[in-house]
Ligand binder design. Structure first.
Ligand code: PLP
Length: 449
């Protein structure tokens, strides 16, 4: 988007047939050069922003305003027709900061570039994004079919909060086969309307992958093009957007905790949703109503972060490969749950197949299974000197945490056991430090286990 001043004389020449001047002049965006499609890393430096409309500022200013002045009453009416859904296509001007804003719109344009999505929205947190999507799609009596495990707050939202409003759920394990997915969908459909199929892949904290192509094919086989065809929504926080792009494998919408790799510096909390305009429109309407949009400052910080996204994720991925190679052979380590180690054997075969079809990199977040239990895990965590003992992931710094005692503490013990969230599981997110320094840190911490 481009910001504009209400009295810009040049804008007058673009008045449309309603007599209302679009506040955001459609600026031809440069997305290719000499027949070459420009890459996201290039587009992150300027896409969606015209410095000429903001005093020549190279970077967009932060627009700290709660509301925007309309150039005429007719323009205000037209914008509200878009905001309220009376006219399809959304608002074509800036209205009120609970609905839209320049920083958020530039960010949404740039996020869409990474996933090659038609439309994108940003939210005040990953959970705000997930909750807004679900509130927009479910009604009492509906069923949500989801993969397991999920990030614990997402499980709480589906099971305990939406459950209070008469929404049911049925789940299947992340690595489920097409036949298992078919069976769960048929069971859910027999019990009422299936509102959405919600996936998380890789799953937090086990790194288990979901076969998105199989889920989409199972959905298509059961529902065809019927009006009740449930969308496939996937949390792409762990590998996206660099190493996995599920819209290309049959998902209808991707959701993100932008707090993680996209933000990348552990200094903001935000969320995102990307998909086709038809999918995104009802989510935007719900966001407009409940006000879960990201704030202008966080949006600006994310624009800064997206400029280095590829650099940061690539370096973190290279570091993780080196650290995991070291950890794998350590005598105090039972197993390293790192996607780069999936083998075509009996245990990993299905996961290795999904990985080859869906992923272009193994990421930098993995599970370290120590020999022992909680005591050994805690000794290891307490001994780390460079890696920080903190939940979250995807930042420039290396973090380590204990899911069973921290992020997934609220998950009942029996379910934790069934999902493989064990006491000897330490989750590690590798950052962009020097890989050999990190190895030295893990080496000295393992010596104290
Ligand atoms: N999805 C996944 C996979 C996560 O790991 C998290 C947070 O850790 C979330 C969603 C929630 O994101 P946020 O903390 O930004 O609300």
């Amino acid at each position: 988007m481009a910001t504009d001043t209400p009295n810009d004389p040049a804008a007058g020449s673009e008045a449309d047939l309603t007599g209302v001047t679009p506040r955001r002049r459609p600026k031809p965006e440069m997305t290719e050069l000499g027949g070459r499609k420009l890459k996201p890393a290039t587009l992150m430096m300027g896409h969606g922003y015209d410095p000429a409309l903001s005093e020549g500022a190279l970077k967009p200013p932060i627009f700290l305003t709660s509301t925007f002045v309309f150039e005429s009453a007719a323009a205000g009416k037209r914008h509200f027709e878009g905001v309220t859904g009376k006219r399809p296509g959304g608002a074509d001007g800036l209205v009120y900061s609970r609905f839209n804003g320049p920083n958020q719109e530039i960010l949404e344009d740039r996020l869409g570039v990474w996933e090659e999505a038609e439309d994108a929205l940003t939210f005040s947190s990953g959970m705000a994004a997930i909750a807004t999507v679900m509130l927009a799609l479910v009604k009492p009596g509906d069923t949500i079919v989801h993969s397991s495990p999920l990030y614990a707050a997402t499980e709480t939202l589906i099971g305990r909060i939406l459950g209070r409003f008469g929404v049911h759920w049925l789940d299947f394990p992340a690595g489920a086969s097409r036949a298992e997915i078919d069976a769960i969908l048929a069971r859910a459909n027999a019990g009422g309307r299936v509102a959405l199929i919600y996936l998380e892949s890789p799953a937090n904290p086990t790194n288990a992958l979901v076969d998105v192509e199989a889920v989409a094919a199972a959905r298509d086989a059961l529902f065809g093009e019927s009006a009740d065809r449930p969308p496939v929504v996937i949390d792409n926080t762990f590998l996206g957007p660099l190493w996995q792009q599920p819209l290309k494998h049959g998902a209808d919408m991707v959701v993100y905790s932008l707090t993680k790799y996209a933000g990348g510096h552990s200094d903001l909390v935000a969320g995102g949703v990307m998909g086709s305009k038809a999918m995104i429109d009802p989510i935007r309407a719900m966001r407009n109503t409940i006000g879960t949009i990201t704030d202008p400052h966080s949006a600006w910080m994310l624009l800064r972060s997206l400029e280095t996204l590829e650099l940061r994720m690539s370096r973190a991925g290279e570091n993780a490969a080196k650290v995991c190679a070291y950890l794998r052979d350590h005598p105090k380590v039972e197993r390293v749950g790192y996607l780069g180690f999936l083998k075509d054997d009996l245990r990993d075969g299905t996961q290795a197949d999904i990985y080859r079809r869906h992923c272009t990199g193994a990421g930098s977040t993995f599970s370290l299974f120590l020999k022992g239990g909680e005591a050994e895990s805690f000794r290891f965590l307490d001994a780390l000197r460079i890696a920080k003992l903190a939940v979250s992931l995807g930042g420039t710094e290396t973090l380590a945490s204990h899911p069973a005692a921290m992020t997934h503490l609220s998950v009942p013990d029996a379910r934790k056991a069934a999902l493989g969230i064990t006491d000897n599981l330490v989750r590690i997110s590798i950052g962009v430090e020097d890989a050999d320094d990190l190895i030295a840190d893990f080496d000295q911490a393992l010596a104290k286990v």
